[in-house]
Design a protein around this ligand. Structure first.
Ligand code: NAD
Length: 401
């Protein structure tokens, strides 16, 4: 079986790749029956030469490979018929902008595997860039704070070589005595926590966080049952909340009252209460003045996120009184970082981390009869049809919804 590491063709250019030269060498060593080739790319974080010196063929035409491995959506005209493809197709939520892409994959008899649905049987995702989004998002929030309050000047992550350099920059700053609240328990939240811990910020339990005054910066981690409560006052249950959050309401104000910097790293499920609304942000007790919204749901659970921002222009201000964008240096305006493609700022580390998981969970499935069902669960199309698991997309593909 021949695998091709394909070139990324989306704009703005994405420098990430599924396998670094080092991981690809490891894959070759572990799976003697597999052949690996690399499509030449002038934007990839690892230059062609880095693969060539490791003995890989770097070519312009990968059409003799069986499995194409990429990161972002492949433009329709670049799709090679009758192949297996791995990338983020952004179609499972019926995203209108990728309907034609899914249709084209069916027309071209492509077997499509989406990274987003590479999961355990339980549904837990095995692969993702979340950690890197959390790392860069938390850092960007501090960068915004340093700029706005003229405290320190952190460089942009994309100008730094890797995570080690990011951490070295953080070693140079001194933080004021602030309270930081971080929501979530997944990969994003863990990445953001890594930054807070690197800065030696003290983690405190939520009771102390809300009641006490500290003489050093502190942070508090909150999960769904901390920032939501049952409407009837009963004891909440996480599994119940995930299944149907309609009996719950937000309990986030108790944190918003004492927090300076909020890092949103949670997953927001459909129908769940908003953490804070536009009305909440108007309340005189609402203290948050800086938000790094890594979760980045627009005009939703974090009211100040009225639009995504970009790596080029990562910051804006949200004025709670006018409910509009405003200068983030103005009194009363919440400074916002809401970049929606954060891992792209750290392409080397993000690629290395992704490849490690892909090698661990996906490549073996090609050689062990897919005994864990990983390929089966991730396979969206086969023989020109949606597979049963993804049949719910039929109307979307046909343009009926
Ligand atoms: N800004 C960016 O560049 C960027 C990059 C990656 C991810 N994200 C976003 O960050 C968010 C978190 O991603 P992640 O990688 O940490 O996810 P994850 O899959 O690692 O973790 C999700 C967490 O949410 C919990 N969860 C699952 N279903 C839930 C539900 N219905 N309601 C509440 N919680 C639920 C899970 O238990 C898990 O702890 C996602 O919304 C994702 O789209 C943003």
């Amino acid at each position: 079986m021949k695998f091709a590491i394909i070139k990324e063709r989306k704009n703005p250019p994405d420098r990430r790749v599924v396998f670094s030269p080092e991981k690809l060498s490891e894959a070759r060593q572990k799976f003697g029956d597999a052949d690996f080739i690399v499509e030449s790319s002038d934007i990839r974080i690892f230059p062609d030469l880095a693969y060539t010196v490791d003995g890989f063929d770097v070519v312009d035409d990968v059409s003799d490979a069986d499995v194409m491995i990429g990161v972002k959506e492949v433009p329709i005209e670049a799709l090679i018929p009758n192949k297996k493809y791995f990338f983020f197709s952004h179609t499972i939520k019926k995203q209108p902008y990728n309907r034609d892409l899914l249709k084209a994959m069916l027309d071209k008899n492509i077997e499509m595997y989406d990274h987003e649905v590479i999961t355990r049987a339980s549904g837990a995702r095995l692969i993702g860039f979340g950690r890197y989004a959390g790392l860069v998002g938390a850092y960007n929030g501090f960068r915004l704070m340093g700029k706005r309050d003229r405290l320190f000047d952190l460089p942009k992550v994309e100008t730094l070589a890797d995570l080690d350099e990011v951490k070295r920059e953080l070693d140079k700053i001194e933080l004021p005595t602030i309270k930081i609240c971080l929501s979530g328990t997944g990969k994003v939240a863990k990445g953001a926590k890594e930054i807070l811990d690197h800065l030696n910020i003290k983690e405190v339990p939520d009771g102390a966080y809300m009641k006490k005054t500290f003489d050093e910066p502190v942070y508090c981690l909150i999960d769904v049952l901390e920032y939501n409560k049952r409407k009837d006052g009963g004891k909440g249950l996480k599994s119940e909340f995930y299944k149907d959050p309609s009996d719950y309401e937000s309990d986030f104000m108790k944190y918003a009252r004492v927090t300076d910097y909020f890092i949103a790293g949670h997953f927001y499920g459909d129908g769940a209460p908003y953490l804070f609304t536009r009305e909440d942000a108007k309340h005189p007790d609402f203290k948050i003045n800086l938000v790094a919204d890594v979760s980045c749901d627009i005009d939703g659970p974090v009211a100040s996120t009225i639009r995504p921002s970009t790596i080029a222009n990562p910051f804006y201000g949200y004025n709670p009184h006018t409910e509009k964008e405003d200068n983030c240096n103005k009194e009363g305006v919440i400074a916002v970082m809401a970049v929606d493609n954060l891992p792209c700022e750290l392409p080397k580390d993000a690629s290395e981390g992704f490849g490690e998981m892909f090698l661990k969970f996906v490549i073996p499935s090609f050689f062990n009869n897919d005994k864990d069902g990983i390929l089966e669960r991730a396979r969206m199309t086969q023989n020109g049809k949606l597979t049963p698991r993804y049949a719910y997309l039929q109307d979307y593909v046909e343009g009926k919804e």
